[in-house]
Design a binder for this molecule. Structure first.
Ligand SMILES: Cc1cc2nc3c(=O)[nH]c(=O)nc-3n(C[C@H](O)[C@H](O)[C@H](O)COP(=O)(O)OP(=O)(O)OC[C@H]3O[C@@H](n4cnc5c(N)ncnc54)[C@H](O)[C@@H]3O)c2cc1C
Length: 347
């Protein structure tokens, strides 16, 4: 079999790499898209570095006044549009819409201007600011809206299955750098590659702006029917994230910047009285520890030229909201690929 004439390589099989690979398949239907990744959504136990396997994951918008927060807010709304279609047409994907509730003990100043009826999670999200009488003790601001939750391992396997059924290739291999993918592709018979898309999460720890944010959660057997987030007065967070398709509920969680500890620490389970009112009622299935691939300033979306007719398109640094921004991030990354490789080029 002759090698494909110029394929595109995507490094990473997390939510970013899989979303990018999916969109590349629609933009370049006759090209060979290959994912190279150290870890893939198989049955094996993922490392803490494979963030996508440890996410909750729910969609919780984070409105704010900085340009980064505004951009991320828009990316969340954009991604929710596609997630709505996925949940409607493919319930087996592990994405499902439900009610989201937030309770904030110390709300940022800009929250005071948010009103019932505003677009928060997206159009038709039934957004409503909760009345003071509906708030638990200590909570100053609360709201309710329609959003989605993702059963992450089901969703990643679903994305990967679709990618492969459309002719995508998957190679499980650990690279030493994004640049090394060009040589590795030639050695593996993938032919001449001019575009490598780097969705490695943390760019091989070669970007000084990236850091890990450790997150510890617990998976419990009980299935809740809405996702709840509580911001505590001491700055910590507590959440309930149901995993659709009977995957139980994630109870969490921590956000520890730069903390490399892979083992779970003894944790106090956060109680939500309308879910369970005593720790004994939790059926703990698993302790989870993952590392969010955080980057100062947000994602790196950038094309880097690395030699004659060779480029790396960077798309990493999703931080703590990689699912919620996944489709919008993938669109930005694929747009960069298309600037260099027009869709009608002979790929
Ligand atoms: C506890 C916790 C809770 C979270 N909750 C949410 C949530 O509710 N909502 C939300 O949107 N997000 C949440 N996140 C964040 C989310 O998990 C990340 O933003 C997202 O998974 C990042 O995806 P990614 O594909 O960019 O990176 P990753 O998932 O880390 O994937 C990186 C890929 O690159 C590959 N790779 C890395 N290095 C190499 C190498 N040297 N060679 C080859 N391949 C390599 C990896 O094997 C992997 O396939 C949470 C994270 C944690 C830890």
């Amino acid at each position: 079999m002759s090698p494909p004439n110029n394929s595109i390589i995507v490094i990473g099989c997390g939510v970013t790499g899989l979303s990018v690979a999916t969109l590349l398949q629609s933009e370049y239907p006759s090209a060979t898209i290959t994912i190279i990744a150290a870890e893939i959504p198989s049955g094996q136990s993922p490392s803490a570095d494979y963030a996508s396997m440890w996410a909750g994951a729910h969609y919780r918008p984070t409105p704010g006044s900085t340009s980064q927060l505004k951009q991320e807010f828009d990316m969340g709304v954009r991604t929710a549009e596609r997630m709505k279609r996925i949940a409607r047409d493919h319930p087996e994907s592990g994405v499902a819409f439900m009610t989201g509730v937030e309770y904030l003990e110390d709300p940022p100043a800009e929250f005071s201007s948010i009103k019932t009826g505003d677009v928060y999670a997206g159009p038709e999200d039934n957004f409503r600011v909760l009345d003071q009488t509906e708030l638990p003790n200590g909570v100053k601001w609360g709201c309710e809206y329609r959003c989605y939750c993702v059963n992450v391992s089901v969703y990643l396997k679903w994305l990967l299955g679709r990618f492969i059924s459309k002719g995508g290739r998957l190679i499980q291999h650990r690279l030493s750098s994004a640049q090394q993918a060009f040589d590795y592709a030639e050695e593996s018979g993938l032919g001449k590659v001019s575009t490598v898309v780097n969705c490695s999460g943390r760019n091989f720890d070669q970007d000084r702006k990236t850091k890990i944010i450790r997150g510890q959660t617990v998976l419990v057997k009980q299935q809740y029917h809405k996702t709840v987030t509580r911001q505590n007065g001491d700055g910590s967070w507590a959440f309930l994230i149901p995993r659709p398709q009977g995957g139980g509920t994630i109870v969490g969680g921590t956000k520890e910047i730069g903390d490399p500890e892979e083992r779970p620490r003894p944790e106090t389970l956060n109680l939500f009285p309308d879910f369970v009112d005593s720790v004994d009622k939790f059926d703990v299935l698993k302790d989870n520890v993952g590392r969010r691939p955080w980057r100062d300033g947000g994602y790196r979306f950038q094309t880097e030229s690395v030699g004659r007719d060779k480029r790396i398109v960077h798309g990493y640094g999703a931080g703590g909201r990689g699912y919620e921004m996944s489709w919008a991030a993938a669109e930005r990354i694929v747009a960069l690929v298309m600037e260099s490789v027009p869709a009608n080029s002979k790929l």
